[in-house]
Design a protein around this ligand. Structure first.
Ligand SMILES: [Zn+2]
Length: 495
């Protein structure tokens, strides 16, 4: 027991180091609230090099509105020249996993006058603090039908939300002698920008003034919403951005992005890097331990042999996405996320990996029918297809790429390349030396170990004489264990 608490302390310290280096390098702070609970909440604070206003971008407060949370997700990867972003891509992760509007209660009706205690309360309490820390709030949604100020049809009328930017009033009165803020003007500026990208005039965005606190408002329910809390309590401009639910996903996400970009412009928040790419979620591997053994890597579709009654624990999953990941051990655990849970397995089953509500891969737990007791620390992973056991986890321009041993990796000159780690099955990866020949990671103590160093191929950091024919094009990474070669990958740099 004592050992475990030491390990925990060391682990916490390593996490702290990791977080603090991120702060210095990228001016980005990632905070996790309620870690390990169903309602884990990830908050990304991105600070520009120059000071400025802070915009809070919130998505996923209702889990069946992916247009909002997938758009918010992009901003978690932003870097800024000026101003700040606080990004909460998935305010209500359990509801996203279920693709449902709410779990216990609509989370967006809990910001004022609420006394029911549930996980939604805990999340809302954090969100309230973030709102009052910001200069502006955008709550990204998908709405039914299309909003129109006049009644046109059942699907297009003042009660609908789709294709509108909502505010709780047209003016925000600031305390004391400060000038009022024209919410309507702000929204209309942004709406102009969004509509430039919309071909079908019937789908144009409009300003939707809920006049939430007026006696004759038709949206009294919004008195409990996040935007009204921002408007009424924190006295900051706040908008609900609603893309119409029936539109194709890409279009909804894009509209949200135009909206967020528009508000960033008004607030003079200047980005360094945008980008949009909705790739298909693909799990690469899970890290699993059996009866508290050293965790092993189990790749997609592989089978892990265990005995009846063994305790398994999934520590992590790696996929082409970093956020929104969860696992479901079929038949065990609970209906949300079984990540990090210790579960006793009595029957063969499957562990399904999910990114939000998309299934992105499985591994199998096979109960050994003979029940022959496997040594406690020895875990057998069987391959469904042949692969050499050693693989490389690379990051090229920030993107994760897993490559097999002895494969060629083609990059372009100028690409930023990091050998994050090797995946070595059940052997501790720190026992290996992974050496990019021609690159010196640590010049004070050149052990040859180059994992974790940023190799900027655009700068002259590689020593030509190590490349094939000294042409500065073909390099290799050599992996050794106890001084013996166990693997290589070849790095081909294209100009
Ligand atoms: Zn919504």
């Amino acid at each position: 027991m004592k050992n475990r608490s030491i390990i925990k302390t060391v682990f916490a310290f390593l996490c702290f180091l990791l977080i603090s280096t991120q702060v210095f390098a990228g001016k980005k702070i990632h905070t996790v609230f309620f870690e390990g609970e169903e309602n884990e909440l990830h908050v990304y604070r991105i600070n520009g090099s120059k000071p400025g206003k802070t915009l809070l971008v919130m998505g996923g407060i209702q889990g069946d509105e992916p247009g909002g949370f997938l758009a918010a997700d992009f901003y978690a990867d932003f870097l800024l020249e000026k101003g700040n972003l606080i990004v909460v891509p998935r305010a209500n992760f359990p509801s996203i996993l279920k693709k449902e509007r709410k779990i216990n209660q609509d989370m967006n009706r809990k910001f004022l006058d609420d006394n029911i205690f549930n996980y939604e309360t805990k999340v809302v309490n954090v969100l309230k603090k973030l709102i009052c820390e910001s200069d502006c709030l955008l709550n990204l949604h998908e709405g039914s039908g299309i909003y129109s100020s006049k009644w046109e049809s059942k699907e297009k009328n003042p009660k609908r939300f789709g294709q509108s930017i909502i505010a709780d009033g047209s003016l925000l009165k600031k305390p004391d002698s400060q000038k009022s803020v024209h919410l309507e003007k702000m929204a209309k500026k942004v709406i102009d920008k969004i509509n430039r990208h919309i071909e079908n005039k019937d789908h144009f965005f409009h300003f939707n003034n809920h006049r939430t606190n007026d006696p004759d408002s038709i949206h009294k329910e919004q008195l409990k919403s996040a935007t009204y809390y921002a408007y009424h309590i924190c006295k900051i401009p706040a908008f609900g951005i609603e893309s119409a639910r029936f539109l194709p996903l890409e279009q909804k996400v894009l509209q949200h992005i135009y909206a967020v970009n528009g508000f960033m412009e008004i607030l003079d928040i200047i980005p360094k890097t945008p980008g949009i790419d909705l790739k298909k979620p693909q799990m690469q591997y899970m890290i699993i331990s059996v009866n508290d053994s050293t965790p092993v890597v189990v790749e997609k579709m592989q089978r892990l042999k265990i005995n009846k009654g063994d305790m398994i624990q999934v520590h992590d999953i790696v996929s082409n996405y970093e956020r929104g990941l969860s696992i479901d051990v079929i038949g065990l655990g609970n209906q949300f996320n079984d990540m990090k849970k210790r579960l006793i397995v009595n029957e063969s089953t499957r562990i399904e990996a999910k990114k939000d509500f998309y299934t992105c891969g499985s591994v199998f737990l096979d109960i050994d029918p003979k029940g022959s007791r496997v040594e406690k620390k020895q875990v057998i992973v069987s391959e469904s297809s042949k692969t050499s056991s050693l693989r490389y986890k690379l990051k090229i321009n920030g993107r994760l790429k897993i490559v097999d041993n002895y494969s060629h990796v083609i990059i372009r000159r100028g690409d930023k390349f990091i050998i994050e780690d090797i995946i070595a099955g059940i052997v501790d990866p720190s026992k290996y030396i992974v050496n990019f020949k021609g690159f010196v990671g640590n010049s004070r103590n050149n052990s040859g170990e180059d994992r974790g160093y940023l190799i900027d191929t655009g700068k002259k950091v590689l020593m030509k004489r190590y490349s094939v024919n000294k042409k500065d094009q073909h390099y290799y990474v050599l992996t050794t264990l106890n001084g013996k070669e166990v693997g290589k990958i070849f790095i081909d740099i294209q100009s």
